[in-house]
Design a protein around this ligand. Structure first.
Ligand code: NAP
Length: 343
């Protein structure tokens, strides 16, 4: 019997999660569709391997057997994520993933929240960078009773995406950006708005799951998400065009044919997450620096897996930021350099 099963353990995120877990004394089962690729990662760590197809409920039930936490590291979640959510609910395991795809997270809220509650399991999507931005948001909101508006932005540098991240980025662009207003969600075109951001930079509207997860923490707030870039006014219409083509499947098919299948070990990228919270016209801002997105995503997923194992969580859809304790302590353990700015 194992406490944690990682499906998609051959990828950039899943394989780093396995190393981090073993380093902390937790022995996850490594699962996926390719036995020899799984063995190559599991054998040096002395871990058990389980093989199952996403097309077979019976195989996924066997993969999840005895697990208390299932971490899904597949990509893209929009097209292949759901069988693992269903398997976790059937097996009575808390479900974690590292999704950055808002349409998928909205589907979890709409279609699986009630089923997860009935099965007494928590659904915690976006457990990677999503946890980091929830922590930055909690730091920005600290001391504000009721934030009216949250603006979340990511600055990305030196990105060398994994194949899974590339495919998920196409899916999230095609799905649109989730703008939340007092709990009501609207999907709008990525690149559909350009604005100045905290600290003086510019950004364009970009799909991040953080608008949906932060809405759980602050249900009355208006929440938008941006990609920060010095050339935002030039990039925004290009992104809008790509997203529109992606909706028809053109971009997705081109990526499936053309994207280089480079090894997951080479994947890396630096992120700076900025969240500005406003109440009574007064803004407060917090910033989190992430030196390597894959390392921090895996650390964050492990932090959440450990928290679920040790303390559990209220059943149903949960924002990762409401499952953990103090944001500054959690950020330090996860490798996020978190600070308030400008006050
Ligand atoms: N925002 C964040 O926090 C953040 C950061 C990093 C990653 N992510 C997300 O996490 C997900 C995983 O990323 P990654 O970088 O680890 O991707 P990756 O290196 O490409 O790994 C993808 C994993 O999914 C498995 N997989 C793909 N298609 C499958 C299928 N049809 N059936 C079974 N398994 C399948 C792959 O197995 P095979 O080896 O058998 O192909 C591999 O184990 C992506 O959605 C990515 O966007 C999010």
């Amino acid at each position: 019997v194992s406490d944690v099963v990682v499906y998609g353990a051959t990828g950039a995120t899943g394989s780093r999660f396995a190393e981090i877990a073993v380093g902390a004394g937790v022995r996850p089962v490594l699962a996926g569709r390719n036995r020899s690729a799984l063995r190559a990662i599991a054998d040096p760590l002395g871990l058990e391997v389980r093989v199952g197809s996403l097309d077979s409920d019976a195989e996924l039930d066997a993969v999840c057997g005895g697990a208390r936490v299932l971490l899904s590291c597949v990509a893209p979640y929009t097209t292949i994520g759901v069988p693992l959510v269903e398997a976790a609910i059937r097996s009575g395991a808390h479900y974690l993933d590292c999704s950055g795809e808002p349409r998928y997270v909205k589907r979890l809220i709409d279609q699986y929240d009630a089923r997860a509650r009935a099965a007494a399991v928590a659904l915690v999507p976006s457990a990677g960078l999503g946890l980091c931005s929830n922590l930055v948001a909690r730091a920005a909101v600290a001391g504000i009773e009721r934030p009216e508006r949250l603006t979340i932005d990511y600055r990305v540098r030196r990105m060398r995406p994994s194949w899974g991240t590339t495919r998920s980025t196409v899916a999230l662009l095609a799905g649109g950006a989730a703008v939340v207003d007092g709990g009501r969600v609207r999907f709008v075109a990525p690149g559909g708005r350009v604005r100045r951001l905290a600290g003086g930079g510019t950004g364009f509207l970009f799909p991040l799951t953080d608008t949906l997860t932060c809405s759980r923490l602050w249900p009355e707030a208006t929440i938008e998400s941006y990609l920060r870039h010095p050339a935002a006014p030039v990039l925004a219409p290009i992104v809008r065009l790509i997203a529109a083509a992606g909706c028809g499947g053109t971009v997705a098919r081109a990526v499936e044919r053309l994207a280089p299948r480079r090894g997951s070990a080479e994947a890396r990228g630096q992120f700076t997450i900025t969240v500005t919270a406003e109440a009574d016209g007064r803004p407060t801002t917090a910033v989190g620096d992430v030196a390597d997105v894959y390392e921090v995503t895996s650390q964050a997923a492990f932090e959440l897996a450990r928290t679920l194992l040790e303390h559990g969580a209220e059943p149903g859809f949960r924002a990762s930021g409401e499952v953990v304790g103090d944001p500054h302590e959690t950020a330090a353990r996860t490798g996020v350099h978190l600070r308030r700015v400008g006050q």
